[in-house]
Design a protein around this ligand. Structure first.
Ligand code: FES
Length: 457
């Protein structure tokens, strides 16, 4: 890859300014872009500055373009150093850019570079007479005709070291040269000319319908005179394939369902059945709760509908005797539902919650936990400390966590047997103090404490 540095200071001109003609041209380029987008003209202006400066861009030209477009110098320098089409050092009268990317490299670009190295010296070096300089660059977009070089503004393709040398000789001598492929290729067609799609019948219309004609002729040749419906062409081939290699089909594939619909009205009529049995019709009218249409009742429906008339006729006991649940009579007293399932403990807890809520409602909002507890119950007696310094693990009671265990200890409650003897008032007091009234009953702290303390079940 080319070295993208500015030329040494010794080669930099002191200043640069567009000629009046190029300045006018620059204005037309800038005018192509909307107000505020003048920077979009940076590449055309750099290109023109390079052209005016003999084929390379000095620092002064880069800064002049930046000033013209109102861009920071560094932004224009970024563009100039990125694109290899901008030469940053002086070049020869013919500047040869050799593509060294893979396709060209595979097709002989290395031979071109070796030839240039031998004839002109290292890349960037200008020949003694100022005629040539060269540089390796990346793909120039003519890969189909690799290897190739760009000399000034023209491409030369399908090169060999010999043809490139001859080309340079002609340029140096001022002789006319051939631009493009040096082997006579047109555009990017294959070497040796086109070798596909060259059948003239593709273009004279004679191929259109030819395949159909061949099938028809082949079919006519196969057609027996005595069989006027025999198939021809593709149809004959398909028929033959089907006869020798039949494909299994699913039994019902593509066919209507032919199974008998045994409960269809037409089928019942064909079997000699009445569409609706008289007793079923009467039963439906009696109960008044059937959603079935009269015409929909059918043999077997009596069992499904479980008509009382049918059961009585068959000698079955009354529904009530077998545990059947019949629709109640209109004037019957509705049976009370069973208990909701709430235990006595839960019912008591709910009642206690209601009582506590009423008592607390009479207190000021800023009442302390003790004041609230005193309003609803009686503080249980506490101990100065755990007996023998060994408190019970109150968290073994479901519903008491470490936090509440500490708060209970603060009330002098350390042991299961203390909780086991709490009265209703004391339960109310503790529950309110801990701010979860009713929970002690719901979780049965007292019962659990009795069990854990061994004082009762
Ligand atoms: S690789 Fe050389 S022109 Fe594309």
């Amino acid at each position: 890859m080319a070295n993208r540095r500015l030329a040494p200071a010794s080669e930099q001109p002191a200043s640069f300014a567009f000629s009046s003609e190029n300045a006018e041209w620059a204005k037309t380029q800038i005018a192509k872009y909307p107000e505020g987008r003048q920077a979009s003209a940076v590449i055309p202006l750099l290109w023109k500055a390079q052209e005016q400066n003999g084929g390379w861009l000095p620092r002064a030209a880069i800064e002049a373009v930046a000033a013209e477009l109102g861009m920071p110098n560094i932004r224009v320098l970024e563009v100039a150093t990125f694109y290899t089409m901008f030469a940053l050092e002086p070049v020869g009268r013919y500047w040869i850019q050799v593509c060294g990317t893979v396709p060209c490299d595979s097709c002989g670009a290395r031979g071109l570079k070796e030839m240039l190295q031998a004839r002109l010296g290292p890349p960037g070096h200008v020949s003694a007479d100022g005629t040539f300089s060269w540089l390796e660059v990346e793909c120039l977009g003519a890969c189909c005709n690799a290897p190739m070089v760009q000399i000034n503004q023209d491409y030369y393709e399908d090169l060999t070291p010999e043809t490139l040398g001859q080309l340079m000789d002609d340029l140096a001598a001022g002789r006319p040269v051939k631009i493009g492929s040096q082997t006579g290729r047109v555009s990017s067609e294959p070497l040796g000319g086109a070798n596909t799609l060259i059948d003239p019948t593709l273009y004279d219309g004679s191929r259109v319908g030819a395949w159909r004609k061949r099938f028809e002729e082949a079919g006519k040749a196969e057609e027996p005179a005595a069989n006027p419906v025999s198939k021809t062409g593709e149809a004959a081939a398909s028929a033959q394939q089907a006869a020798t290699n039949p494909k299994p089909a699913r039994p019902d594939a593509g066919r209507p369902v032919e199974r008998t619909v045994s409960d269809a009205p037409a089928q019942r009529a064909a079997n000699g059945e009445e569409p609706v049995k008289p007793e079923d019709r009467a039963d439906a009218a009696e109960r008044g709760r059937s959603t079935a249409k009269h015409g929909a009742a059918r043999p077997g429906d009596a069992d499904v509908l479980d008509s009382p008339a049918k059961r009585v006729a068959e000698g079955e006991p009354a529904a009530g005797e077998q545990g059947h649940q019949e629709a109640p009579a209109r004037d019957a007293v509705p049976q009370q539902p069973e208990a909701s399932g709430a235990s006595e403990t839960e019912v008591a807890a709910e009642a206690e919650e209601a009582r506590v809520a009423g008592a607390l409602a009479a207190l000021p909002k800023d009442a302390s936990p003790e004041q609230k507890a005193d309003a609803v119950g009686k503080r249980p007696p506490g101990l100065e400390g755990a007996r023998a310094g060994q408190p019970d693990d109150l968290t073994r009671i479901r519903g008491i966590g470490p936090g509440n265990s500490q708060r209970l200890n603060g009330l002098g409650i350390y042991h299961f047997d203390q909780i086991a003897v709490w009265t209703r008032d004391e339960i109310a007091w503790v529950g309110t103090y801990l701010a979860f009234p009713g929970r002690i009953d719901r979780e049965d702290w007292v019962g659990q404490a009795k069990t854990l303390s061994g004082t009762g079940a």
